[in-house]
Design a protein around this ligand. Structure first.
Ligand SMILES: NC(=O)c1ccc[n+]([C@@H]2O[C@H](COP(=O)([O-])OP(=O)(O)OC[C@H]3O[C@@H](n4cnc5c(N)ncnc54)[C@H](O)[C@@H]3O)[C@@H](O)[C@H]2O)c1
Length: 439
């Protein structure tokens, strides 16, 4: 059956992950009936590039008043998700929200309560669950390969291309994004919750900004476009050199003053670049987590220790290969998906296969190969969209994520932020009322 979708938030995610992709791949099951953004220039740009005479709006209610809509897709900045989720459900619409579902515990509770009161449904787009490599870990854990799980070690690395980008945009302020422990780590905490099949109990965390500091570039400007020290800056970004950055952001600055090339060393930044957390789960399962936003490579590692042995996974996502590239735009074009351990020794072979390794407590290692998928988020984006827009026949590993998963993942980050501020352990139960959870 053909369903009608409206999108609010026409930045890069709204346009590429959803609007353009719906038209290209899901026209038989999905129809785009409305486009909304607070920035009229981005609305017009979206209408132009999508080229299908889709009605455009800067007022969300006006959109819902005037077009047919079954499901609203929310792709605005994080701290505004709750408002659009709640208003959509109150008007009888189901919702697909980008991660993080929201940025603090009050907004989280409001979403859960509205979902319960209205009977509408909310899906949260945890694309990483759908990536084949992460799915293989879930499959093996579901079979009980490590026995009773005692502890998990999880580390995520953001390189100086991707990681730096969070420090130039709205993400750099906690009031917009909740900081990287919410904005970014919602993916990671969701994976841990999903892999374990458990809800987190208690969190302690540390966090600081040690790299993206003005001391690194003392004479920096407010943004790259007006900066006087671009020649000396490793993070200089020239928006006009990239077609999308220019059309989607630079050309639309006049409407809302949002510039996409903010200085990564700005004093107004209040998010951390170096974070770690201890998370306790039921049955005394202990998780150690670390997130770093200024590494030479990008990727992640996880290990599960249990009564039968240890399961390990490692996915290198990129390596910045050229060492003479001092400008951000050059460095980003010099990124390759490769094994950084070999690349650093000049064996720059692209990965064709990843593997999950299981080390039994007694006996030889077992390996479980998985093809290395480099398409959007380890292949998760396409599989997620198939799941969202086409009827799902079965979901044996529980990939579908709703509001409870959205809540549980952000609450770990909210608790971590509170722990950083207070130096105390923070209980998840102190942050929300489980009565509002729709199971
Ligand atoms: N699942 C993933 O892996 C993934 C990847 C990238 C981004 N995201 C999420 O997608 C969302 C959008 O990210 P992005 O990179 O496209 O950001 P962006 O800044 O490029 O786009 C956000 C858009 O929302 C609009 N907007 C902001 N406030 C609004 C409001 N009150 N009303 C209407 N429009 C408003 C902005 O004008 C902008 O066009 C974020 O929540 C982000 O966390 C998820």
């Amino acid at each position: 059956m053909l369903k009608n979708y409206c999108i609010v938030g026409l930045g890069s995610r709204g346009l590429s992950m959803f609007a353009a992709d719906i038209l290209e791949h899901y026209a038989d099951v999905a129809q785009l009936t409305g486009l909304c953004d607070i920035n009229p220039g981005r609305v017009q740009y979206a209408q132009r590039v999508l080229g299908e005479n889709i009605p455009g709006f800067t007022d969300f209610d006006a959109m819902l008043d005037s077009v047919d809509c079954d499901i609203v897709i929310v792709t605005t900045k994080d701290a505004t998700h709750d408002d659009f989720i709640v208003r959509s459900m109150q008007r009888g619409k189901d919702v697909i929200s980008e991660k993080p579902m929201t940025t603090d515990e009050k907004k989280c509770q409001r979403i859960l309560r509205t979902e319960k009161e209205t009977g509408r449904s909310l899906r949260v787009t945890f694309n990483y669950r759908y990536a084949p490599y992460k799915t293989e870990i879930k499959r093996l854990l579901s079979q009980g390969i490590v026995g009773d799980i005692h502890s998990v070690e999880f580390r995520w690395f953001l390189d100086t291309v991707h990681g730096a980008d969070y420090f130039r945009r709205w993400h750099a302020r906690k009031e917009n994004s909740g900081g990287l422990l919410v904005h970014k780590a919602t993916h990671h905490f969701d994976l841990i919750n999903w892999w374990l099949g458990l809800d987190p109990v208690e969190v302690a965390a540390m966090g600081s900004r040690q790299f993206y500091l003005s001391a690194r570039q003392p004479n920096h400007g407010e943004r790259c476009a007006t900066c006087k020290v671009t020649d000396a800056c490793e993070f200089y970004l020239e928006l006009s050199r990239d077609k999308e950055l220019k059309s989607l952001y630079q050309d639309q600055e006049g409407y809302d003053g949002y510039f996409r090339d903010g200085c990564v060393f700005s004093d107004h930044i209040d998010i951390e670049d170096t974070m770690s957390a201890l998370i306790r789960y039921p049955n005394q399962v202990q998780v150690t987590y670390a997130l770093t936003a200024a590494t030479p490579f990008e990727g992640w590692q996880v290990a599960f220790n249990g009564s039968k042995g240890r399961l390990e996974a490692f996915e290198p996502e990129s390596f910045v290969v050229a060492d003479d590239m001092t400008e951000f735009a050059h460095r980003s074009s010099g990124r390759k998906t490769t094994d950084w351990r070999r690349a650093s020794n000049d064996h720059d072979t692209p990965l064709e296969q990843l593997e999950v390794r299981f080390y039994p407590l007694f006996g030889g290692v077992q390996t479980f190969p998985v093809p290395h998928v480099t398409a959007g988020h380890g292949g998760g984006d396409r599989r997620l969209r198939d799941d969202l827009f086409r009827e799902v026949q079965s979901d044996p590993l529980g990939h579908i994520a709703g509001s409870k998963a959205g809540a549980m993942s952000i609450l770990v980050g909210v608790a971590a932020n509170r722990s950083i501020a207070t130096g105390q352990f923070v209980k998840i139960a102190d942050l929300f009322d489980p009565c509002d959870v729709v199971s």
